[in-house]
Design a protein around this ligand. Structure first.
Ligand SMILES: [Zn+2]
Length: 157
């Protein structure tokens, strides 16, 4: 077996990084002076690069698993957002019901207190407006509190 044939057998191993440093040096030295081995080495390198580019089968289930987990998170977020909307609408309806139900009370209070100072109707309306604002702010705070609590519960679950 001459040097050329011996080196030819090492070309594929060289590309696969399976040679000792001495063998590697031998291959490189020979390839510099031998066109045939040099071109075969290039072919092996191309093949190796192509194989590295091919999708390896192992990461696939991981990617699928990751995509599935991401989809589950998206779904949970969607459910949570819907829940937030329901809570918000409920709180607003509750605030309005409370405001309307308490209107006679507001009128009584404004008629009793403000009425003594100034019997004009706009005072009653002002009292109503202030009361409504307070109710809405309470409703908003309740909505924020509920959504935060719901998120905390979901994180613990
Ligand atoms: Zn050669």
């Amino acid at each position: 077996m001459n040097d050329h044939e011996k080196i030819r057998e090492l070309l594929a191993l060289s590309v696969a990084d399976a040679l000792t440093r001495a063998e590697e040096e031998q291959v490189m030295n020979h390839a510099r002076s031998c066109a045939e081995c040099s071109s075969e080495l290039d072919s092996w390198r191309l093949l190796a690069a192509g194989m590295r580019r091919l999708p390896t089968p192992q990461p696939r289930p991981l990617i699928v698993e990751r995509a599935r987990a991401r989809a589950e998170i998206r779904f949970a977020e969607e459910v949570e957002n819907r829940w937030h909307r329901i809570v918000m609408v409920g709180v607003i309806l509750f605030a309005w019901a409370l405001t309307l139900m308490s209107w006679p009370v507001v009128r009584l209070v404004s008629g009793g207190l403000l009425g003594m100072l100034d019997p004009r109707l706009n005072h009653a309306w002002l009292g109503f407006a202030v009361f409504t604002t307070v109710i809405w702010m309470t409703g908003g705070a309740a909505a924020v509190f509920l959504s935060l609590q719901q998120r905390r519960e979901r994180r613990l679950a």
